[in-house]
Design a protein around this ligand. Structure first.
Ligand SMILES: *[C@@H]1O[C@H](CO)[C@@H](O)[C@H](O)[C@H]1NC(C)=O
Ligand SMILES: *[C@@H]1O[C@H](CO)[C@@H](O)[C@H](O)[C@H]1NC(C)=O
Ligand SMILES: *[C@@H]1O[C@H](CO)[C@@H](O)[C@H](O)[C@H]1NC(C)=O
Ligand SMILES: *[C@@H]1O[C@H](CO)[C@@H](O)[C@H](O)[C@H]1NC(C)=O
Ligand SMILES: *[C@@H]1O[C@H](CO)[C@@H](O)[C@H](O)[C@H]1NC(C)=O
Ligand SMILES: *[C@@H]1O[C@H](CO)[C@@H](O)[C@H](O)[C@H]1NC(C)=O
Ligand SMILES: CC(=O)N[C@H]1CO[C@H](CO)[C@@H](O)[C@@H]1O
Ligand SMILES: [Ca+2]
Length: 431
């Protein structure tokens, strides 16, 4: 019995590894197999198999159910297994069946493993791809980040530019508003000027009509214009018609012709002979009619002379001479006749009666060693030299100056604020 037992033990050792070898060679794997390990262990320590109870348990339970003889299966003190040959055969059958079954299971597991491995591999590939992608993403992120920063800079600069342009736009709009306003006021001014031009054109036409009417009326004095004031055409025989200001509104009455006017110093009266002969200044401002016209007018018909004076303190005075005749240029525009004096001013023209007219370039005065026109800075019927100087220098305030406009006693040169000389045909009183 001893020998037989030895044999069976040997068989177990021999057969089981072989069959296991066969199954393992089928799978071709080197994975740790719990069954195989356990069987190996059984050679020197069968208890070790108990660690594998989970795998072996169904087998043992089945065997127990199928072959109750296995209860005799026992391990003696020498750690040898005593088992009958029949039981061993049965056991081997069971093992073989189970092994075949396990082999199938193992095959399944192998398949599963290989599947998992292939899946692993594809997972690896994907991971690799993901890693590559991640790398790309990282580099792209860096470049994007740089681009983004660049864009930020650009946006910032654009924003600052926008605000600059906004400010400029505001300023331009403000200027435009100003220009528009200016333009509007310009337009208003232009239309106003246009209206004025139109009005002037109208008045000019009217004047032309007036002048034509004057021409036809052949006026030789301001008498026909009565108590009105305006500029009118005067016609005298053998003389070019000329314009004169008529004034019918003086304290002395209607129909006067203004021959000289001073009131603001806007016209220079320190002029030569030719200018005094022809006349100068503005008919609606300061002016002198001209000695030749004066000669023509006063010799055509008898005239009276009215002189209106105004002091700087507002006092008005007048001097009226009921005859007034001026000679020809040949006669040096001599004051040939000066009538009776009336008025509340002094008779300051009297000493100039029968005197020739003098300008700085025509010394006709009585003062041999003095050019009275120069001395009094004027032009007048000077004698030794003068008691009146209505063509003197205009002073804007009262002065005691021999060059000024004065009308008074000897050596009293109180300057006047304004003066006016007017003439009127003597027959006005008869009308
Ligand atoms: C028992 O098993 C171990 C390891 O599996 C082995 O090294 C040893 O030779 C075996 N035999 C004995 C009698 O211990
Ligand atoms: C057997 O199982 C016990 C407890 O589960 C464990 O401590 C021991 O290491 C195992 N032995 C083997 C050889 O697996
Ligand atoms: C992209 O770059 C920024 C700045 O360098 C960093 O903060 C962010 O974490 C990055 N994102 C990725 C997905 O790498
Ligand atoms: C200026 O005014 C004129 C006339 O009113 C108008 O025609 C023109 O369009 C204006 N121009 C501007 C820039 O406002
Ligand atoms: C103005 O001055 C004159 C001359 O000096 C004088 O006679 C007259 O009383 C003054 N008139 C006034 C209102 O002061
Ligand atoms: C001189 O007479 C004029 C005209 O009648 C008058 O307006 C003026 O007040 C008079 N001047 C003096 C100082 O009496
Ligand atoms: C299903 C079955 O009978 N399982 C039994 C197998 O044997 C062990 C001990 O040997 C029992 O604990 C199980 O219940
Ligand atoms: Ca002289």
């Amino acid at each position: 019995m001893e020998k037989e037992n030895y044999f069976t033990t040997f068989m177990i050792i021999l057969v089981i590894p072989w069959s296991l070898q066969a199954t393992t060679s089928l799978t071709g794997t080197k994975k740790k197999d719990p069954i195989k390990d356990c069987t190996r262990e059984m050679k020197n320590k069968s208890e070790m198999c108990q660690n594998t109870t989970q795998i072996q348990a169904p087998l043992v339970n089945q065997t127990v159910t199928a072959k109750p003889k296995l209860t005799e299966f026992q391990i003696d003190a020498h750690k040898t297994i005593s088992i009958s040959k029949d039981d061993l055969n049965d056991l081997l059958d069971v093992y073989m069946a189970k092994l075949a079954e396990n082999a199938a299971t193992i095959q399944d597991k192998e398949n599963e493993i290989s599947q998992l491995q292939s899946r692993d591999k594809s997972d690896d590939d994907q991971l690799k791809k993901y890693q590559e992608l991640s790398e790309t993403c990282k580099t792209q992120n860096i470049s994007f980040t740089a681009t983004l920063a660049e864009r930020d800079e650009q946006i910032k600069s654009l924003e600052s530019k926008t605000s600059t342009y906004g400010a400029r736009l505001k300023r331009k709009q403000h200027l435009l508003g100003l220009y528009k306003k200016q333009n509007e006021s310009d337009a208003a001014t232009i239309s106003e000027l246009k209206a004025r031009v139109k009005a002037l054109e109208y008045r000019l036409r009217e004047r032309k009509d007036d002048l034509l009417a004057d021409w036809e009326a052949a006026t030789n004095s301001c008498l026909p214009y009565g108590k009105s004031a305006g500029i009118h055409l005067i016609q005298l025989p053998d003389f070019r018609p000329f314009l004169v200001p008529c004034d019918g509104l003086t304290a002395a009455g209607a129909g006067w012709t203004v021959i000289q006017r001073r009131f603001d110093g806007s016209v220079n009266f320190y002029r030569n002979w030719v200018e005094y002969r022809n006349g100068f200044g503005k008919l609606n401002g300061e002016f002198f009619i001209g000695l030749e016209k004066l000669h023509r007018l006063t010799t055509f018909q008898a005239h009276e002379l009215y002189i209106s004076l105004r002091l700087f303190n507002g006092t008005r005075r007048f001097a009226l001479y009921d005859d007034f005749i001026i000679g020809s240029e040949k006669e040096g525009y001599e004051m040939k006749l000066l009538g009776n004096f009336h008025g509340n001013a002094s008779d300051a023209m009297r000493t100039h009666d029968k005197m020739k007219f003098s300008t700085y370039d025509r010394d006709h005065d009585e003062f041999t060693h003095i050019n009275c026109a120069e001395y009094h800075h004027g032009a007048w019927w000077y004698d030794f030299c003068s008691r009146s100087n209505l063509n003197g220098k205009y002073f804007k305030k009262q002065m005691d100056n021999e060059q000024g406009i004065f009308w008074d006693r000897w050596y009293s040169f109180k300057s006047l604020k304004s003066v006016q000389m007017l003439i009127r045909p003597k027959n006005a009183h008869n009308n």
